[in-house]
Design a protein around this ligand. Structure first.
Ligand code: NCD
Ligand code: ZN
Ligand code: ZN
Length: 367
């Protein structure tokens, strides 16, 4: 599809299989209302929320408590992950979506490899034993959690089940994923940011930002069709937490409102084919988890986003809807959707909120 002459564009809503909306337990960073509001404004109409909350989501009662609490606040459709631990066979009847943390990251220690049949398992592939803990700056953090740590973790999964590898940060991991027939995601920050940018703690994330050449290499893979999906890993922390010295500051970057608009800008300037953008942001993620979304077609949910391709804006933290109030993409060019429709109901119109809390829980793995 040539985009030079196109002005208006209507697409299926984007699907983000990896966000941390922090409820329950860490509502000072984000809550389900502000998280899903940010998603809507960024053109994301379905999200899957991670279970590293307090308490973590690890059994039926913590799942139902969370669902009861977040459902009335949802501005977009959503699904919820379980921690992959005990009773997975029973839990998958509730929702066959699991998170496997192989190594330590925000609020988790990391644990043993497990597998479940016929479920979607998103893996945080870093091993605690590989991690050096005294990093003092971004470049150092990269070396403290080297790419080899990710590679080693994915190697350990080979032949042990069907996995989806989260936030792949190295080209070597991609080759391994192909060999293991695993699906995998790349985050916007591993594509658009790198360790030599002056971001300080605001660029601290797990896995770490890599060298500039690696970000460029991952982008090349993406445009050449070798990457399954982009997922945001939206992981906000407060400015107060990020203002600590590097070692003490928590890892994580807010992303959910800005990544689709940055990708659409890339389409606008000819750096990414529109059909490829639709594949990695919408169609393929929907297919991976088995939801009737990501396509404008009979039988699919009416989740739609509309753009004016001439309306380029600069990203400003003050215009975003995150509770944390910051973004590492300050000043980046972006194309935000002027209209966002979730399940046939208009949520955003003319860049303004017009309807809210119409999102619903979606069990994954359907036909
Ligand atoms: C995530 C968080 O803060 O919850 N942080 C991060 O750096 N990505 C946890 C995670 O996805 O590893
Ligand atoms: Zn992770
Ligand atoms: Zn994450």
């Amino acid at each position: 599809i040539g985009t030079k002459e196109i002005k208006g564009l209507i697409l299926p809503g984007a699907i983000d299989l990896h966000v941390h909306f922090r409820e329950p337990g860490y509502e000072e960073k984000e809550d389900f209302y502000t998280g899903t509001l940010s998603a809507a404004f960024g053109g994301v109409t379905f999200i899957m929320d991670m279970p590293n909350t307090n308490p973590p989501v690890k059994d039926i009662s913590s799942f139902q408590d969370k669902l009861r609490r977040v459902a009335p606040k949802a501005n977009v459709d959503f699904s919820l992950y379980f921690m992959l631990g005990n009773n997975a066979e029973i839990l998958k009847e509730v929702n066959p979506a699991f998170k496997l943390y192989m190594g330590e990251t925000t609020n988790v220690e990391g644990g043993e490899i497990k597998s479940v049949e016929n479920a979607f398992i998103s893996v945080h592939a870093e091993l605690s034993e590989c991690i050096r803990r005294e990093s003092k700056n971004l470049r150092d953090h990269d070396l403290a959690r080297p790419e080899s740590c990710e590679v080693k973790a994915v190697k350990m999964l080979l032949g042990k089940g069907n996995y989806h590898i989260a936030h792949v940060s190295s080209i070597d991991t991609i080759d391994l994923c192909k060999a293991g027939r695993f699906t995998y995601e790349v985050t916007p920050h591993h594509l658009f940011l790198h360790r030599d940018m002056p971001l300080g703690t605001y660029g601290k994330v797990n896995p770490p930002l890599r060298a500039k050449w690696m970000a460029e290499k991952l982008w090349e893979e993406l445009i050449n069709g070798r990457i399954d999906i982009v997922a945001s890993d939206h992981a906000p922390h407060t400015i107060e937490e990020k203002e600590q010295e590097f070692f003490a500051a928590p890892a994580g970057i807010p992303e959910v409102e800005t990544y689709v608009p940055i990708f659409m800008y890339m389409v606008k300037i000819g750096k990414l084919h529109l059909s490829r953008a639709v594949e990695i942001l919408m169609q393929r993620p929907a297919e991976l988890v088995g939801v009737k979304k990501g396509k404008i077609e009979e039988g699919y949910d009416a989740d739609l986003i509309a753009f004016n391709l001439n309306d380029i804006k600069k990203i400003r933290a003050k215009d975003l809807h995150y509770k944390c109030g910051w973004t590492p993409y300050e000043g980046f060019n972006a194309l935000f959707p002027h209209t966002v429709i979730v399940g046939g109901e208009t949520v955003v119109e003319n860049y303004e909120l017009v309807g809210e809390r119409t999102g619903k829980f979606v069990r994954i793995g359907g036909e």
